[in-house]
Design a protein around this ligand. Sequence first.
Ligand code: BG6
Length: 518
Amino acid sequence: VSETGSLAIIVLGASGDLAKKKTFPALFNLYHQGFLNPDEVHIFGYARTKISDEDLRDRIRGYLVDEKNASEKAEALSKFLQLIKYVSGPYDSEEGFKRLDKAISEHEISKKVSEGSSRRLFYLALPPSVYPPVCKMIKEWCTNKSDLGGWTRIVVEKPFGKDLESAEQLSSQIGKLFDEQQIYRIDHYLGKELVQNMLVLRFANRFFLPLWNRDNIDNVQIVFREDFGTEGRGGYFDEYGIIRDIIQNHLLQASVLCLVAMEKPISLKPEHIRDEKVKVLQSVIPIKDEEVVLGQYEGYKDDPTVPNDSNTPTFATTILRIDNERWEGVPFILKAGKAMSSKKADIRIQFKDVPGDIFKCMYLEQIEPFSHTKYMYRYQKNCWSKLSCNATGQKQGRNEFVIRLQPSEAMYMKLTVKQPGLEMQTVQSELDLSYKQRYQGVSIPEAYERLILDTIKGDQQHFVRRDELKAAWEIFTPLLHRIEKGEVKSIPYKAGSRGPAEADQLLKKAGYLQTHGY
Ligand code: BG6
């Protein structure tokens, strides 16, 4: 981070879950890796709870290191904790924010701000309902007043609004106080390694350029699953549901879909990239109810904070269609669920079948002599995929390119090859780039670390712009309103399952061919 002068990082909502689990650990890791200069940085926690500096340090200490690295990081940890001060006060009180400003100013004087600029980064680890009063207080009492330059920046978390209207209202309230260049709307999926890799993958590889379109791609599936339920967050979750919690932001606007579908930006400048993302969102046509399956896992309503008649989806599969030259007719299947059989986030790009498939006859010749049982045996022994050798022998496995965002980051391409041996048999195999094997010893940064560092550098590329947010809400708001009116119902599904069977039927209808092992 090249600018000099004091840097105050103020975490509002410092005693909350997000701050403890994500914000402070990310700050500690940045500090530990030398990205936060202790001669310049001070960290302030602000929240309503009346506790001391030491109490806050004790509350967060256990989240910053784990057993494995505690002794190695002990010294850095105690130095880092000494950089943290705590100020308590309500979120709409002049008096509280004046005290916060005083604490920041004292730090700036102690860090000889007169020799450099004053940088103030406000991280709102708070519910969106308090964004407007907090931003007003920051604007009135706590912005950088140094004549020597510097900045004031605001980081806000999702969910940014509940629908188009509330999001726009929130944007204009905050927009009256701060310029768009000062507002960083964080969506931590944008900080994930393989999401950040998407631009490079798509635009630095000749392989993909000619294939990335409706002529070659049959369907795109973006999947998020968690193997646990709402776990104590039922009250929050019931108000939002899986579409607002995951799909509208992490899978769509946070760019997973935008990055897959966008055109090449004219440069790597954040504005050029974000311009292209907005165009994708604006080309999505309204979602049809018959292309949506909602689910709610059994046991969700056992949470006492969830109403007994809740229709809130904890699972959703929905098909988006992009009405432009590149993608017309290609379904983009977005699927997310809590309490599923596994934890995983994948992008799966399935290519069309090979036209004029000369291997088709070969399958028929080879398979016909075998009984169904024998065929199954061969399939298991030789690991043939179901598709490359099914009972009628009519289909080859499809090429599928998979980008696994988590866990175990990887990219792999499923392709058909000759089964090694004397016989001419085909088998589906993979070209596999697993990050753990390929980049041994390289640690992949946490999304929050990368994004906080970007806010300090002033790089807005991986943050959501106001028009992006608006376009994303435009896509989902009509459906969300229909769900709220009970016009689209959530189907019960068993916790620990694949979700409602209706979702698999929808996928099949959209053309997705389930491949071996998935
Ligand atoms: C959050 C959602 O934004 O993302 C949570 O509110 C979800 O419900 C979490 O569990 C998932 O993030 P990650 O990085 O663990 O996939």
